[in-house]
Write a protein that binds this ligand. Structure first.
Ligand code: APR
Length: 251
C-alpha cells in the first residue's frame, strides 16, 4: 500500500462529516468465506446461482436452495469477523463525532458483532428465516431447521430472509441506503465487484452527489475509473493501517 494514499485518505476521513462504508464479499474473504466471483475459489464458479440462489430455483426445488444456503450458514457460523471488520468498528469509534453507516451486500452478519452500527443489510441475512408470502412470520435460522418447512401462520413456504436472484430488495432498507449515500461526503467501497444492481448504483449516486469515493480492492473493478482513490490492498490490511493512523493522531 502506498503510504501517500494512506495519508491522503486519512485526511479525507478527518474532514468528513458523513461516512458510508459499502462492503462486499471481499471484506469477509479473510474470515475464510469465499467470494462469489474470484477465480477458481468464487462460489459462482462452482455452483449455478440460478439453481441455488434464485427465487425461480427456490420455487422449483426448495430443498436444493435450502441445503446450499444451510451449508453456507454453517460456514458463516464456524468463522468470525476478521481484522477488517474489527478495524471498521475501530474507525467508527474514532469517528464517533461523525455519522458512519455501513451498507453491506454481505449476508454473513459480521459487521454488527464486530461493533459497527447502523448496518444496512441490503441483501438481507442468512441468520433469519421468513415466510415467502411475507405474512409476518420470521424466526432465527436454528441449525435444527435442516429441512424446508411451511409457515406456521399461513402455510406458505418458509425461506431464508435474504434477497435471491430475481427478487426486489427490501424497499425500506434500500431507501435508507440511498439516502445516506446521497448525503455522504466520504464513500468507501470495500471488497465488491459492483456486479449486482441496484446495490452497485450506490457509489455512483454518492459520487454524483459530491462524495469522495475510495475503493479498497486488490484488483481493478468497473468502479475504479470513477473512484477518487483506488487502494490496491486487502481490506484488513488497509483499514487496520487507516484506523491506526487516525488513532495515533488523536492520542
Ligand atoms: N479485500 C478487499 N477486496 C477483496 C479481497 C480482500 N481481501 N479479496 C477479494 N476482494 C475483491 C475482489 O477483487 C472482488 O472485486 O472482492 C470482490 C468480490 O466480488 P464478488 O465476489 O462479486 O462479491 P460482491 O461484489 O460482494 O457480490 C455482490 O453478488 O451474488 C451476489 O448477492 C451476492 O451480495 C453479492 C453480490
Amino acid at each position: 500500500m502506498h503510504s501517500g494514499s494512506l495519508e491522503s485518505v486519512a485526511s479525507v476521513v478527518r474532514e468528513a462529516k458523513e461516512i458510508v462504508v459499502f462492503s462486499g464479499a471481499g471484506l469477509s474473504a479473510d474470515s475464510g468465506i469465499p467470494t462469489f466471483r474470484d477465480g477458481a475459489t468464487g462460489l459462482w464458479n462452482k455452483v449455478d446461482p440460478d439453481e441455488v440462489a434464485s427465487i425461480e430455483g427456490f420455487l422449483r426445488n426448495p430443498e436444493r436452495v435450502w441445503n446450499w444456503l444451510l451449508q453456507l450458514k454453517k460456514l458463516v457460523d464456524e468463522r468470525q469477523p476478521n481484522a477488517g471488520h474489527q478495524a471498521l468498528a475501530r474507525l467508527q469509534e474514532i469517528c464517533r463525532a461523525k455519522q458512519l453507516t455501513v451498507i453491506t451486500q454481505n449476508i454473513d452478519g459480521y459487521h454488527s458483532p464486530a461493533g459497527n452500527a447502523p448496518v444496512l443489510e441490503v441483501h438481507g441475512t442468512i441468520h433469519r428465516l421468513r415466510c415467502q408470502q411475507r405474512c409476518g412470520f420470521s424466526a432465527d435460522w436454528e441449525q435444527s431447521a435442516a429441512e424446508p418447512f411451511r409457515c406456521p401462520r399461513c402455510g406458505a413456504p418458509v425461506r431464508p430472509d435474504l434477497v435471491l436472484f430475481g427478487e426486489m430488495l427490501d424497499e425500506e432498507v434500500f431507501a435508507a441506503a440511498e439516502t445516506c449515500s446521497m448525503t455522504a461526503d466520504l464513500f468507501f467501497c470495500v471488497g465488491t465487484s459492483f456486479t449486482v444492481q441496484p446495490a452497485a448504483l450506490l457509489p455512483v449516486w454518492a459520487k454524483r452527489a459530491g462524495a469522495t469515493v475510495v475503493e479498497v480492492n486488490p484488483h481493478p473493478t468497473s468502479l475504479s475509473a470513477l473512484a477518487d482513490y483506488s487502494i490496491r490492498s486487502g481490506a484488513s490490511e488497509f483499514f487496520t493501517a487507516l484506523s491506526a493512523k487516525l488513532a495515533a493522531r488523536q492520542a
